[in-house]
Design a protein. Structure first.
Length: 380
C-alpha cells in the first residue's frame, strides 16, 4: 500500500472513531460504524489507485528511452595503423601536426654534452570536390636554422613556393598527375613514425565539436620509432572512424629523429595532431606569387607535363608542330600580342617572338619523340 492511500485510511479511521465517541441514539452500532469505515476506506483505495494509474502511465510515457553508454569493458582495444583513414569521406577539413623537442648529445670521446631544441608545424587544408589542397610546413631549431615549404594544388596545377636567404619568394608550378582524384592525398602525420596496437578505451568525449571515443596508450602499445617512454591519448570519431586528435609525449630513446641521431643521445618532446573545420567552406586559390606574365599565356587544351617557373612555361602536346604555330599566332594575337620579325620555321622546329606593352614573349616549339615540346619565356 502506498503512502497517500495509507494516510487517507488513517484520517478516515480517526474521523469515524471521533464521531462514535460522541454517542447518539441515531448513530450506528460499533459493528455498523466499522463496516462504514471499511467501505469508505475501500472506496478511497479504489479512487486513489484510479488517480495514480494514469499519472504513473503519463510519467512513464514522458521519459524518453536512452540507450546506455558503452562501458569501458564493452569497448575493444584500438589498433591504429593509419591516422588519415576515413578522411577521404569528408567534404573538407584542416589537419595539423605540430611537435617540439629537446635533445642532448654526448661526445663519446670527451664526454661533453650538447643540448639543442627544435620544432615543426605542418598544416593542410583539403577540399574533396573539386579537389584542392594547401600545405604549409615550417621548421625551427636552436642553431638558428629554419626551413619549410608551401604547396597549393588547384585544378590541374600544383604550385610550390620557395624563399631564398633574402626572403624573396619564387614559384614553380607543374601539372598534377592526380588532378581528377577526389580523395585526400598522402598526408604528413604521426603514421610516418609508427602505429598503435592495443590502446585502452577511456570514455566518450566531444573534441573539436566532434563526438569521439577516447583511448590511451604507452610505449607498449605504440610502435613508434625509438622514442623511449611514451604516453599518448587519441580520440577517434564515433561517426566516420577517423582520428580527430592525438597528443603524445616521450622521453629518452635514440630513434634518429627529433635530434636523436647519435649513439648515447637522449631527449624528450611532445606532439599534437588534430583535424578541424570538418565539412566547412574552405577557399583554396592559386598563390599570388604564382600569378606572373607567363601564367596568362594561352596553352593548348591537350597540354601535358606543364611546368611554370617564374615568367617561363614549358609543356608537351600531341598537336602537330604546324598546328601549334597556327594556334599561337591566332591566340597570341587575340590576347593583344603582336608577332615580331626575325622568327624561324623548319619542319622540326619553330621560333617566334611576340611583343605586348613592355614585354616580349619568345616561343620555341620542336618535335620530340612524337610530341611537340613547347616553351615560352616572357621578359621585360
Amino acid at each position: 500500500m502506498k503512502r497517500p492511500v495509507m494516510m487517507l485510511l488513517v484520517v478516515l479511521l480517526i474521523s469515524t472513531f471521533a464521531v462514535a465517541a460522541c454517542g447518539s441514539k441515531d448513530e450506528p452500532t460499533p459493528e455498523a460504524g466499522a463496516t462504514a469505515v471499511a467501505t469508505s476506506a475501500a472506496k478511497a483505495v479504489v479512487a486513489a489507485k484510479a488517480t495514480e494509474a494514469p499519472q504513473a502511465a503519463k510519467a512513464q510515457a514522458a521519459e524518453p528511452t536512452v540507450a546506455p553508454e558503452p562501458t569501458v569493458a564493452e569497448e575493444a582495444d584500438l589498433n591504429l595503423s593509419d591516422r588519415e583513414s576515413g578522411l577521404d569521406k569528408l567534404d573538407s577539413y584542416k589537419a595539423s601536426w605540430s611537435t617540439s623537442w629537446e635533445s642532448t648529445e654526448k661526445d663519446q670521446s670527451t664526454g661533453k654534452e650538447t643540448t639543442s631544441t627544435g620544432k615543426w608545424a605542418w598544416t593542410e587544408e583539403f577540399v574533396r570536390d573539386p579537389r584542392s589542397s594547401h600545405v604549409v610546413w615550417s621548421t625551427e631549431s636552436s642553431d638558428q636554422s629554419s626551413g619549410g615549404m608551401e604547396i597549393t594544388e588547384v585544378g590541374d596545377m600544383s604550385y610550390v613556393l620557395m624563399s631564398d636567404a633574402d626572403g624573396n619568394v619564387s614559384c614553380i608550378a607543374s601539372t598534377r598527375e592526380d588532378a581528377n582524384s577526389t580523395t585526400a592525398g598522402s598526408m604528413f602525420n604521426p603514421t610516418s613514425l609508427g602505429s598503435i596496437s592495443g590502446a585502452k578505451y577511456v570514455g566518450r568525449e566531444s573534441v573539436n565539436g566532434i563526438p569521439a571515443k577516447h583511448y590511451r596508450y604507452d610505449q607498449n602499445a605504440a610502435g613508434l620509432l625509438g622514442l623511449g617512454t611514451v604516453k599518448g591519448d587519441v580520440w577517434v570519431s564515433t561517426d566516420g572512424e577517423y582520428v580527430v586528435k592525438e597528443t603524445t609525449s616521450w622521453e629518452g630513446g635514440t630513434g634518429g629523429i627529433f635530434g636523436l641521431a647519435t649513439p648515447g643521445s637522449t631527449g624528450k618532446g611532445e606532439w599534437t595532431w588534430e583535424v578541424t573545420e570538418i565539412n566547412q567552406p574552405i577557399d583554396i586559390k592559386q598563390p599570388e606569387a604564382c600569378v606572373t606574365a607567363s601564367s596568362a599565356l594561352p596553352i593548348l587544351p591537350d597540354a601535358k607535363d606543364k611546368i611554370q617557373a617564374g615568367d617561363a612555361v614549358m609543356y608537351s602536346s600531341a598537336t602537330a608542330l604546324d598546328k601549334v604555330i597556327e594556334f599561337y599566332r591566332n591566340e597570341m594575337g587575340a590576347a593583344g600580342w603582336q608577332e615580331q620579325e626575325g622568327g624561324m620555321e623548319t619542319p622540326d622546329m619553330a621560333m617566334l617572338s611576340f611583343a605586348k606593352d613592355d614585354m616580349t614573349a619568345q616561343l620555341i616549339a620542336s618535335n620530340q619523340d612524337g610530341q611537340t615540346g613547347i616553351s615560352i619565356t616572357v621578359t621585360k
